[in-house]
Design a binder for this molecule. Sequence first.
Ligand code: DOR
Length: 438
Amino acid sequence: MTASLRILRARVLLPSGEMAVTSVRTQAGKIAEVGDDLSPVPDEQVIEADGLTLLPGVIAPQVHFREPGLEHKEDLSTASRACAKGGVTSFLEMPNTLPVTVTQELLDQKLAIAAQKSIVNYGFFIGATPENLPDLNTANPTCGIKLFMGSAHGALLVDDQAATEAIFASGTRLIAVHAENQSRILARRQQFAGSDDPTVHSQIQDNQAALMATQFALSLSKKYQRRLHILHLSTAEEAELLRQDKPTWVTAEVTPQHLLLNTDAYYQIGSLAQMNPPLRSQHDNDVLWQALRDGVIDFIATDHAPHTLEEKAKPYPDCPSGMPGVETSLPLMLTQSSQGRCTVAQVANWMSTAVAKAYEIPNKGAIAPGYDADLVLVDLSAYRPVERGDLETKCRWSPFEGLMLTGWPVVTIVGGHIVFDHGKIDGSHRGQALTFGT
Ligand code: DOR
């Protein structure tokens, strides 16, 4: 670990939400000082950050990093390198690997792989099945229970109402739901059977399917006063529901994909635009943006879900759902701020501070003495397009290829250690296992 690092004259986002041109010293993995006249200490590393903006490192609260079992798509080394490049200093990973993460033993296995390979900090969800209730409430450390209410196969699908209710009724820890109603999806799949056109994906897994599941999860959360997090909210209807009725113990997230892309994307990039829950309409984009700005939606998730180009090239419905996102999400959102759609402080809140708060991750999400030195320096003065050849993710494609973005990370710091510096990744650092209040 770098003993001490001094970042000079950056535009620093302060906890108040104000920006100030000042300096930051990190020591032994923590932020030690923030101020204008930091005196040098022996052997410290110095970053001249004139013109750059310093933000708390991104905490990506929903990623699919594929290890163990699906390493041909991604692994914890390529994924965490992609994180470093994208300003992501911590991630929360989903249980749909091979095997699925549904017991303490399997969670421990993942933590051990991450300790060996991940250059950023990590946490893992425990996956709900209809049968693993005891594991769900005792597995540790975990950011929470992942519950696929629909749009999953195998052990991780919990589409039975009684089994779902049993999970809400037992225990107190956070339940993060993929809210799509499986019976409605199955019925509509019949209706559209035979079509190999990926545009039908958004019609099969329609707004109603998402709304039905979100309504059910919300009703159970209220009945049992159970901490609920709604993953990748995608429809105007769900946003309006939460606007009317959102208990204090419920949070929700949205992806840049659901804010910035809609069903028009199928005509440009075909099945690369296919994800679950699917892309919706421009109207949904607009309502989701408003809900995010109003605090109805709490934070942003990348939902990084890589598949190879060969897999994505299969005809619908054999092509898998999902898109990569950890490298592009921060510049995508900062580009929106540069266009006046939100502020830089809002982006940092949605991509770091609010996530740390929701998952009760101590000492993360702010630039202040005592906080962990997980930081990203971004350049808000230059524009660069998203290019396949620049990407570190093993799948090496993005739904945003060609888009000109600003706010690309220049330096990423994890626990006081520089893991990404002007295009170069230092793969020698190892991140730490996150701890959670849940
Ligand atoms: O589009 C998706 N892809 N949604 C999910 O919920 C899973 C993910 C994946 O793992 O590929």
